[in-house]
Design a protein around this ligand. Structure first.
Ligand SMILES: NC(=O)c1ccc[n+]([C@@H]2O[C@H](COP(=O)([O-])OP(=O)(O)OC[C@H]3O[C@@H](n4cnc5c(N)ncnc54)[C@H](O)[C@@H]3O)[C@@H](O)[C@H]2O)c1
Length: 219
């Protein structure tokens, strides 16, 4: 795996032959732009399944952190993450060949791809983000502690993480970014209303696990 700063390596994203235009593309080389939570995970999975991977980010420091995270993760028993189901999106501009090639690529990564329309949040975020925001509102109203909400959802609904653990894992900056976008898109939707506690934590650079503090504190 190569770690590259600020370069976009256009030529390595896929391989095909001119005469095989009707055939599906077999993806062997993968370039991941952004080596954060998602990018580092995608790069690791792609490398572990025999693909050549280039990971690109803005600074050497960030790439060193990505490398360290991947190395630590490889040493541990693979933890089941919620990115097990890639969503392959077919827009009116996506050819059937590209769509099918990406389904095959997802399977080559050892994943179970699903498909959905090009709609905000696709499947998982469209359901999980409003659910997490409802948990925040429950807590902000003083109806239950975040610890009890997390315990209730883990034991009562069989979720592997409670909503506050999940928020801190995903990254509060990412969740706020998503919510702000949806609020702008549909300001009257009660599910898309901003949260004072989320906004405050993000303003204080408390993004969750990646910064050591979010709704919870981490060592
Ligand atoms: N965190 C999740 O659970 C989750 C789930 C689904 C989708 N997503 C989406 O995935 C994307 C990344 O999320 P994340 O959680 O990995 O964020 P992150 O903050 O952990 O990582 C983002 C990385 O991208 C890098 N970056 C930013 N601009 C760049 C540029 N111009 N060139 C190269 N690198 C650049 C940043 O330096 C950072 O390392 C977001 O669009 C997010 O909405 C995240």
């Amino acid at each position: 795996m190569a770690f590259v700063t600020r370069q976009f390596v256009r030529s390595v994203s896929s391989s095909s032959t001119a005469s095989a235009s009707a055939k599906k593309i077999i993806i062997k080389h993968v370039t991941v732009i952004g080596g954060g939570l998602m990018g580092a995970g995608i790069a690791q999975v792609a490398a572990a399944t025999g693909h050549t991977v280039v990971l690109v980010d803005q600074t050497e420091d960030i790439l060193a952190k990505s490398r360290k995270g991947i190395e630590e993760s490889l040493r541990k028993v693979a933890k089941k993450k919620f990115a097990e189901t890639p969503k392959v999106i077919k827009t009116p501009m996506t050819s059937q060949k590209t769509f099918e090639s990406l389904i095959d690529f997802s399977k080559a990564l050892g994943k179970h791809p699903v498909s959905c329309k090009d709609t905000p949040g696709f499947i998982v975020n469209r359901l999980l983000v409003p659910y997490c925001m409802e948990a925040i509102r429950l807590h902000e109203r003083g109806d239950a502690s975040k610890e009890d909400i997390d315990t209730a959802m883990k034991l009562g609904a069989g979720y592997p993480m409670g909503p506050f653990e999940l928020l801190d894992y995903v990254g509060l900056d990412t969740v706020k970014f998503i919510m702000d976008g949806w609020h702008e898109m549909d300001a009257k939707n009660p599910l898309f209303q901003p949260s004072p506690s989320l906004n405050k934590l993000v303003a204080e650079n408390k993004f969750g696990r990646k910064t050591g503090e979010g709704y919870y504190k981490y060592q």
